[in-house]
Ligand binder design. Structure first.
Ligand SMILES: [Zn+2]
Length: 132
């Protein structure tokens, strides 16, 4: 895997605009291996070469973003219907990537657990973005 260039800073509004600009209902064959309506571990079978970075909500050197989550009652954070709240964990530390073929946008972040590191990916869907 090659090292991606330093990502540009994206504001929540910019991420929202990116999501709204891409209205395709489904990923194309190129990015389908990454397609996941809810958070998933980054597919181990893929090297990520089909995706390109657009920017990030958090950059190294920024203050640590809050670990607080916006989790409405009854909605699992891993659910395909979990809201995307860009001010809250984990969205506040996400990178935005897009399919090189069709531009389908994805959110990615790395979860640092006590004993593991998990790269995660989720489709960026405008209809799920909530302002909180
Ligand atoms: Zn695609």
């Amino acid at each position: 895997m090659s090292t991606p260039p330093d990502p540009a800073r994206l504001s929540p509004d910019a991420v929202t605009a990116l999501a709204q600009a891409h209205t395709s209902p489904a990923p194309c064959p190129t990015c389908r291996p990454y397609a996941s309506p809810g958070w998933e571990s980054f597919p181990a079978s893929q090297d990520g070469a089909a995706l390109q970075p657009l920017g990030a909500l958090w950059l190294p050197g920024d203050d640590e973003p809050t670990l607080e989550e916006h989790r409405p009652t009854g909605v699992d954070a891993w659910s395909a219907e979990a809201p995307i709240s860009l001010a809250y964990h984990p969205y506040n530390r996400c990178e935005v990537w897009a399919c090189k073929a069709c531009g389908f946008p994805f959110l990615r972040y790395t979860e640092y657990g006590g004993y593991y590191i998990d790269m995660r990916i989720r489709e960026l869907r405008a209809r799920l973005i909530v302002k909180t």
